[in-house]
Design a protein around this ligand. Structure first.
Ligand SMILES: [Mn+2]
Length: 427
């Protein structure tokens, strides 16, 4: 296609994907996607290309199409051209491939071949996903750089945050360091949650009311949970740290923090080819469950507490997910596997055997989630297993999560975010 391709991995990726498709007589169209208008406005949302298009082309332009003629085993990209009038308002579009208005004629020349829209065809999509789960060197380099941008942000937090700051001040200071270190954007809305807010798994600024977002002032001795990461070259970083700010951790804070850390360390050590991720996840729940028994919050046999959903009251999410062009990346459920209804696994985003080249997050946690703990039906159902008189005083505690990004290799796991400190206390 272009000269760039000789030094870059995109042509090799297209060849491998075409090999997985195994088509002989079809045309496949992989679209980058349109710019989406904001409701009631003449403004547009910022554009992000469909990750399959970005993966195969290395480009991030809207309205572009990557076309594959399987009969000739040939790829062709079509891109929009900007008019002089467009260029009054915007810098000129990079003239990628053939002009988009030639696509129709290109298809007409192949009118005896079926046209497959990649977005509409699960088999075509899983062929791309099966490639995307194994990162090539180009991707690993971007993923490592993304993790470095996150490191700059977390270092800023460790050196500058103290009680009395607002969640918003912390977010702004941290994200500025992501960007100074080269991040193009944040990989997802940063979660900066003080005290009880840490019990919302995906808490972020402006989510409650985009016109009047709330922002808590961090109190001395509260937990601060930060789940954030920079994005570089289209690739995400996804890191969580939890710390007590401005005071020595209490016994319960310290116990639960070390419990989560030990669950994380054991799971990271199992990030190796051949491991069944669902089992690593369930074992992490057993570790958390054993700790909750030891702390006097649960009673019974840990296996039973995991199967019944009692542990999931305090650890309701999955151990981790694949990471790449999207923070929750493609390929979590390969063909033939479906999300489970098991109470401990229903939010598990990945269910597959680990293989070298995959990137996964490892992020166990413990939370005191008001919506679950106050529900009369939940309290009744778990009357035997949960020691409510010990749990209730901890409502408002917030949550603890520790998360790193792991590259599965044939050797030791590579922790991409491993140089980001894990202090239990700052400020
Ligand atoms: Mn994550």
């Amino acid at each position: 296609m272009t000269n760039r391709d000789s030094e870059t991995p995109f042509s090799a990726r297209r060849d491998r994907v075409a090999g997985r498709w195994g088509l002989t007589d079809e045309i496949v169209l992989v679209r980058s996607g349109p710019v989406l208008p904001m409701a009631g406005s003449d403004m547009d949302h910022s554009f992000q290309p469909h990750p399959d298009f970005a993966y195969l082309s290395g480009r991030g332009i809207p309205d572009a199409v990557l076309a594959f003629d399987s009969r000739q085993t040939k790829w062709q990209i079509f891109g929009p051209r900007s008019t002089p009038e467009d260029q009054v308002w915007h810098q000129p579009a990079d003239p990628v491939g053939l002009p988009l208005d030639e696509l129709e004629g290109w298809i007409a020349l192949r009118s005896d071949q079926n046209v497959i829209e990649a977005w509409d065809d699960p088999k075509i999509q899983s062929g791309i996903a099966d490639e995307r789960v194994h990162k090539d060197d180009w991707e690993l380099s971007s993923l490592r750089t993304a993790a470095l941008t996150s490191q700059s942000g977390f270092d800023w937090v460790y050196q500058n945050v103290s009680a009395g700051m607002t969640e918003r001040e912390i977010q702004v200071g941290m994200e500025a360091e992501f960007f100074r270190a080269g991040a193009v954007r944040t990989a997802y809305p940063s979660i900066v949650a003080a005290g009880p807010n840490g019990a919302y798994l995906h808490y972020f600024y402006g989510q409650d009311d985009s016109l009047n977002p709330s922002t808590r002032t961090l109190q001395e001795g509260e937990l601060l949970l930060i789940d954030a990461g920079g994005e570089f070259g289209g690739y995400a970083s996804d890191v969580t740290r939890t710390m007590v700010v401005g005071a020595e951790p209490t016994d319960v804070q310290s116990f639960l923090w070390h419990l989560v850390l030990s669950a994380q360390e054991l799971a990271i050590d199992r990030c190796r080819p051949g491991q069944e991720w669902r089992e690593v996840h369930l074992d992490s729940a057993r570790i958390i469950g054993s700790g909750l028994i030891e702390l006097g919050l649960l009673r019974g046999e840990v296996d039973q507490l995991v199967s019944s959903g009692a542990v999931a009251l305090f650890y309701p999410h999955g151990l981790g997910h694949l990471i790449g062009l999207t923070v929750h990346d493609a390929g979590g459920y390969p063909a033939g596997r479906e999300p489970s209804s098991h109470p401990q696994s229903r939010y598990l985003r990945t269910d597959r055997v680990l293989e070298a080249g995959m990137i996964t997050s490892v992020e166990p946690g413990v939370y005191f989630i008001e919506a679950l703990l106050k529900d009369p039906a939940v309290r009744e159902r778990f009357a035997e297993e949960v020691i409510w008189e010990a749990v209730d005083p901890l409502r408002g505690f917030g949550g603890i999560r520790i998360e790193d990004d792991i590259h599965i290799t044939d050797d030791e796991p590579e922790v991409l975010s491993g140089d980001i400190g894990k202090p239990i206390r700052i400020g």
